[in-house]
Design a protein around this ligand. Structure first.
Ligand SMILES: Cc1cc2nc3c(=O)[nH]c(=O)nc-3n(C[C@H](O)[C@H](O)[C@H](O)COP(=O)(O)OP(=O)(O)OC[C@H]3O[C@@H](n4cnc5c(N)ncnc54)[C@H](O)[C@@H]3O)c2cc1C
Length: 411
């Protein structure tokens, strides 16, 4: 980076698996990381979906450099061919990594980054811009403060900004008013939220693997609470192509989940509704009625919105980002991951060149780098980190630095 401020730390926003991986690689390269985590613990988003079993095995889920650091301290990697839940990834990897004596002093919990800019430079001002340090406005229980850094890695994830049910991308009419009966993401149906769903009619909306997880759990719930009614709403006009991963898929658990859902459909355990483009959600007699222009759905007690996630780009608004208008990923990454152009498994390799912005020293990494595309895998994110940290020292981003492996379908 520029010598004027290379004594400053490198900011990492988010202490998820990718943010912590960035801290490891920054230290390896002689930088001082300063990691801001909004939650009360590292891996705060993993805790939110901790009950979900991952379909990538441990061997995919660990950053080799971070694992090596932990092993030097007597840590043992879990069996590489087993599949952790989100909670297991948190307890067996992310928490020990955040507690490691090399990493821990650099991690600041309860520290939410609200905005990022360049010192004395709003987004319009060009003169002297690239020699001005970054300034991060950080909110903590003690109040707000500004922190200066030489570079910024935004690994703040997307889990807290789910997509709306509304088919236009904005909330359906009545969606916010019905919030108490709507869950976004994958709620803990068999655990803490069991009573909320038992013996209720539940509509799951969404066609990806998060929806599959919710449907599978609802069927298990219905085995014990037989008045549970399971409805599945899909945007498409035809019956879903559930088994979509190839037979020889590297991620066997993912295909198994698909096969299981196909079986449940064939057994009639799930009622399927197609053409569900949600326009409005009405509340009538303690029930929710989903309105669409083409299909009448039965009233339900609960809705699960498994409609994906979107990045919160507002904190980078004073920086010169190059964001694709459709995927909301870095512009040069977009054509490689755009679900409108690629089917699962066809994402080519990518590196720092595809992840860079007109603002030198800024990288968006991890699941946030994929914007609204649903195909991110941790294994890809760790390669992104390697590539981006290597490029921090470059004046010009080379065409390719440490390419990332192809991502596959995550849902
Ligand atoms: C249900 C589910 C299942 C998944 N299964 C798999 C799988 O099997 N295999 C796989 O490879 N991937 C899987 N993923 C995708 C992905 O690997 C995970 O989402 C992973 O957690 C992404 O890591 P991350 O570090 O990019 O983001 P996150 O883990 O989301 O971490 C972001 C961190 O940033 C913090 N933060 C947010 N905003 C701020 C702010 N303004 N200031 C400071 N801190 C902030 C958050 O609290 C959080 O701790 C799954 C995702 C989900 C949701």
């Amino acid at each position: 980076m520029h010598t004027e401020f290379n004594h400053l730390p490198v900011a990492v926003i988010g202490a998820g698996p990718i943010g912590l991986s960035a801290a490891v690689h920054l230290l390896d390269q002689g930088y001082t990381p300063i990691v801001f985590e909004a939650g009360t613990q590292a891996g705060a988003n993993l805790a939110r979906w901790g009950h979900v079993r991952m379909f990538s095995p441990w061997s995919y889920n660990l950053d080799p450099a971070a694992a090596e650091l932990l092993e030097q301290d007597g840590w043992h990697a879990p069996a590489s061919d087993t599949f952790p839940t989100g909670q297991e990834l948190l307890q067996k990897y992310v928490t020990p990594l955040a507690a490691h004596p090399d990493i821990n002093p650099h991690v600041h919990l309860n520290a939410q980054v609200r905005q990022v800019s360049r010192l004395h430079h709003d987004v319009l001002r060009t003169e002297g811009r690239n020699t001005a340090p970054f300034v991060l406005r950080v909110s903590t229980p003690e109040g707000e403060r500004d922190v200066l850094t030489q570079a910024v890695i935004d690994a703040s994830g997307t889990y807290q900004t789910p997509n709306w049910l509304g088919a236009h991308g904005i909330p359906a009419l009545g969606e916010s008013a019905a919030a108490d009966a709507i869950a976004y993401g994958v709620p803990n149906i068999l655990g803490s939220r069991r009573n909320h769903y038992a013996n209720k009619s539940v509509l799951v909306i969404g066609g990806g693997h998060s929806a599959f997880n919710a449907l599978q759990d609802l069927v298990l719930l219905a085995d014990q609470s037989p008045d549970t009614r399971i409805l599945w709403g899909l945007r498409g006009a035809s019956a879903p192509n559930v088994v979509r991963s190839p037979e020889n898929d590297e991620l066997k658990e993912r295909r198994q989940l698909e096969v299981r859902i196909q079986e449940l459909l064939e057994q009639g355990r799930i009622e399927v509704f197609t053409n569900v483009e949600v326009d409005a959600i009405l509340q009538e007699d303690d029930k929710l009625v989903v309105q669409t222009s083409s299909i009448q759905l039965p009233p339900v007690d609960r809705i699960i919105a498994a409609t994906g996630f979107r990045p919160d780009l507002s904190l980078l608004a004073e920086l010169r980002t190059a964001i694709d208008p459709a995927t909301q990923s870095p512009t040069r990454l977009a054509p490689l991951i755009d679900p409108n152009m690629h089917s699962c498994g066809s994402v080519p390799e990518h590196g720092a060149a595809e992840l860079s912005h007109p603002e030198p020293g800024l990288f968006i990494l991890g699941i946030k780098s994929y914007g609204r595309a649903p195909t991110f895998l941790l294994r890809t994110g760790y390669k992104q980190v390697l590539s981006a940290v290597a490029a921090l020292g470059c004046t010009d981003i080379p065409e390719t630095v440490q390419p990332c492996p192809a991502a596959t379908c995550q849902g």
